[in-house]
Design a protein around this ligand. Structure first.
Ligand code: PMT
Length: 420
């Protein structure tokens, strides 16, 4: 069933840049262009030089009603590489060759289309088409992974007869799948729909007596940002939080706790419900062994010492009990960031750790921004520069989602071979 047949024009007022690259499947972009226009979109077509070997620019010009841009230096409108992406609601590249994926992943800008990708801020949907042997090549898969990690929607090619005469995965995806991906990209991101995310945030307070406690400088901003982002992306979220001054995030169930022991209980009883645990809280590692029942008087207590005992390592305890949950921890470090974080990842049995150097100015405790290195249990590392905590939260969710996807794909057999 064709989406446009079933629900009528749904892209009214949307500006789409349609990139066409040099694959035999370029002729299918003509039909895609017609459908986009039928759905109400204003479409501007950018072709690579190789694409023009398969279909003439005139075909796209006539059908789109707009000049087709081919060359960054010969573009009929000045600064097309900046102005078109700036106006676009989305860029769709169909078909996308292996060369196009590589340039997009590596940030190369040696033609108009690749340069547009570097200037654009809008969602990008790519529909690769190539021979099956090329699609399964490790470097192509690496580029696909990189693009996915950055939020590009990749519409995987389909299995069937290819131009080479072989049967394999490489055929351009059916138009309905490309359109569905475009619709999803234009709608608010809902990639965490169906997930149940348990997030912890803030400090814990360990009583010394009824009026004093041991705590730390966590404001809760990082964990709240994670909870907000997961909720916005469709997840059901429970936020277990130590004392903070932050407003309750919309649509998030909040459980307020005070001590590490309370936090352990609140998280443990919700572990079975969750599909993902993200532990951003700064849990006190020690608590007074014998908190006083009454306020400790200063008279007669010069040189007072405090006996401390270790709190339970909540994350390690949850990891030990988990079934299929994805476990994400944080590591707050002041030296040897990655070595210490990697040791925590292993010791606590995590899938992913967010290593943040809390000595960086403007990052870590209390600030609105943070910088981190994401380390997964396979040793994969992604360095993320200083950015708003909400943007970092989205980057963490992107990586965690990718880990879910790779778990699923490793459970299903991977198809082989080459694209028509
Ligand atoms: O709250 P903000 O002001 O926004 O600051 C954000 C932050 C710096 C607190 C956050 O980015 C962060 O790094 N959180 C983790 C802080 C921490 O306790 O790190 P850690 O390296 O000591 O612990 C490693 C992991 O084990 C953490 O996920 C921690 O939640 C967990 N842990 C630690 C001790 C303990 N007893 N139980 C635990 O589960």
């Amino acid at each position: 069933m064709n989406i446009s047949d079933s629900i009528g024009p749904t892209l009214i007022g949307k500006h789409i840049v349609l990139g066409v690259t040099g694959s035999i499947a370029a002729y299918k972009a003509v039909a895609l262009l017609r459908t986009l226009i039928r759905e109400g979109a204003v479409v501007q077509v950018v072709m690579t030089q190789s694409a023009t070997k398969f279909v003439t620019p005139l075909t796209f010009e006539v059908l789109s009603g707009h000049p087709v841009s081919l060359d960054i230096f010969e573009a009929r409108q000045a600064m097309t590489h900046v102005s078109w992406p700036a106006q676009a609601d989305a860029i769709v590249i169909a078909p996308a060759t292996a060369n196009c994926l590589a340039k997009a992943a590596m940030g190369m800008g040696d033609d108009l289309l690749s340069t547009m990708l570097l200037t654009s801020q809008c969602p990008l949907v790519v529909a690769p088409a190539m021979d099956g042997g090329m699609w399964t090549h490790p470097s192509v898969q690496e580029h696909v992974k990189t693009l996915c990690a950055r939020g590009t929607v990749v519409v995987n090619p389909e299995i069937g007869p290819l131009a080479s005469g072989q049967i394999g995965q490489g055929r351009l995806a059916e138009e309905s799948r490309i359109l569905a991906a475009l619709h999803a990209a234009l709608a608010p991101q809902r990639d965490w729909q169906g997930h149940r995310v348990l997030v912890s945030a803030g400090p814990t307070q360990e009583p010394i007596d009824p009026v004093r406690f041991i705590s730390n400088r966590s404001s809760g901003k990082m964990g709240y940002a994670v909870a907000e982002a997961a909720q916005a992306r469709g997840a059901q979220v429970v936020l277990v939080t130590g004392p903070t001054a932050l407003p309750i995030p919309r649509g998030v169930e909040v459980v307020s706790v005070s001590t590490a022991e309370d936090m352990l209980k609140a998280l443990s009883m919700r572990l079975a419900w969750s599909t993902t645990v993200i532990m951003a809280a700064a849990v006190a590692d020690f608590r007074p062994t014998h908190p006083a029942a009454q306020k400790i008087k200063k008279q007669g207590h010069t040189g007072q010492t405090l006996d401390l005992e270790q709190t339970t390592d909540i994350l390690a305890s949850l990891s030990a009990q988990r079934t299929t949950q994805l476990m994400v921890g944080f590591a707050a470090e002041t030296s040897d960031l990655t070595a210490h974080a990697q040791a925590k990842l292993t010791a606590k049995g995590l899938d992913l750790i967010v290593a943040n150097d809390v000595t960086i100015e403007g990052a870590g405790f209390g600030s609105d921004q943070n910088a981190a290195t994401l380390i997964d249990r396979q040793g994969g590392m992604t360095e993320l520069p200083l950015m708003p905590k909400r943007a970092l939260a989205d980057a963490i969710l992107n990586r965690a989602h990718e880990l879910f996807c790779s778990r699923q794909s490793s459970q299903s057999p991977s198809p082989v071979l080459g694209g028509r």
